[in-house]
Design a protein around this ligand. Structure first.
Ligand code: PLP
Length: 367
């Protein structure tokens, strides 16, 4: 059997998985149409509605990681030739561009330098200029640590121009407020391995009434059979029609991860993420290390920080891993070799971990 080394996961995900979640996963696999399993699915769906702050009927956990969720959203909501406006200020906005163009969309981009966010005016001006059918934005850009604001006003402005609003909340769900209904988000997808502290493998997602209408009005078949939401709806809905074999034990895990999140309480969980972020920021500033994300718009759960002058990116990360068993993330894309990413997500967002990573970094950097 493979023996996983003990690690402190302080990278961009996965985060540390609580024992309760691992134990839930270790239970016997049962059939994907077993009444007991169907009951678990109903529970997962209700709990996901709570964490997404939505009443959307079509709320479920898509098989596959966050990227499968992204692909499912785009493949279902785009028909070839549709125009989509995507905010690109990091890797994941870029990934949506790639994914949407493979779905046959005419892609329009608004761009900001890495680490910065879009203003509401900028987004609305771009919608007026490009008249898209869909606007897609990343709430928590994991590659840059930037926290893109969403609001009721933004959602209304997008709807009044005839477009739908899609949100990537892979990194924010369960760690910062994600208010699907209040913000007028028509479709949102996430991942399990970040602030929900469940292993990777499922993508929680939700489709609102406008998005479902768009699906019903499609003239062409969704090009992905596996991710066709109309078919998945028949399995997750009351009909329980077999589509594909659900990843049974992964759903046990997600159910327990959601139990843990809701027992803590979402507001308390958000406050914990914010407090750990402040503690880390304070300690880093004492080490002379600052953030690469726009001031006032840093994500609480993902700290993208400048690599100090003279520090060897790879060597420092290697020492953190081999000497302290701590994983942190490297910079991606424009931030490669320039930034480190310290994740304080879900179960990993603790005082102990903040103290540990600060002490280890201080020691390695000789500060
Ligand atoms: N979107 C964002 C913002 C992410 O951070 C990630 C993963 O880090 C993804 C999408 C893709 O998710 P996954 O790696 O689980 O496929």
């Amino acid at each position: 059997m493979f023996h996983a080394p003990p690690r402190v996961l302080l990278g961009p995900g996965p985060s540390d998985v609580p024992a309760r979640v691992l134990l839930a996963m270790a239970q016997p696999t049962i059939g994907h149409l077993d009444p007991a399993f169907l009951q678990l699915m109903d529970g997962v769906r209700d709990k996901l509605r709570t964490v997404f702050a939505t009443n959307n009927a079509m709320t479920f956990a898509c098989s596959g990681t966050g990227s499968a969720g992204m692909e499912a959203m785009l493949a279902n909501l785009i028909e070839p030739g549709d125009k989509i406006l995507i905010g690109v200020n990091g890797v994941f906005g870029g990934r949506m561009v790639d994914c949407a163009s493979r779905c046959g969309a005419v892609v329009e981009k608004i761009e900001r330098p890495w680490g910065q966010v879009f203003t509401q005016e900028e987004i609305i001006e771009a919608v007026d200029r490009t008249r898209p059918a869909l606007v897609a934005l990343v709430n928590a850009e994991t590659s840059t640590g930037a926290h893109q604001p969403f609001s009721k006003e933004l959602g209304e402005a997008i709807h009044s121009r005839g477009a739908l609003l899609l949100m990537d909340c892979v990194t924010s769900l369960g760690g910062a407020p994600v208010k699907v209904d209040e913000w007028g988000v028509d479709a949102a997808f996430s991942g399990t391995q970040k602030c929900l502290s469940c292993p990777p493998g499922l993508s929680p997602m939700t489709f609102g009434p406008r998005a479902m209408e768009r699906l019903d009005a499609r003239k062409t078949k969704v090009q992905s059979w596996y991710l066709d939401v109309a078919m998945l709806k028949s399995y997750w809905g009351q009909e329980r029609v077999y589509h594909h074999t659900a990843p049974i034990n992964m759903l046990y895990a997600l159910d327990e991860a959601l139990n843990i999140a809701l027992e803590e309480g979402l507001e308390a969980r958000f406050a914990r993420h914010r407090a750990m972020h402040e503690l880390l920021r304070e300690g880093l500033s004492q080490l002379g290390i600052g953030y690469v994300s726009q001031e006032g718009f840093s994500l609480p759960m993902l700290n993208a920080i400048s690599i100090p002058e003279g520090a060897d990116d790879l060597a420092v990360r290697k020492r953190l891993l081999t000497e302290y068993s701590i994983e942190i993330g490297a910079g991606l894309g424009a931030f490669k070799g320039k930034a480190w990413r310290i994740g304080l997500m879900g179960n990993s967002a603790t005082k102990r971990n903040v103290a540990l990573v600060l002490a280890a970094l201080g020691e390695i950097l000789g500060r």
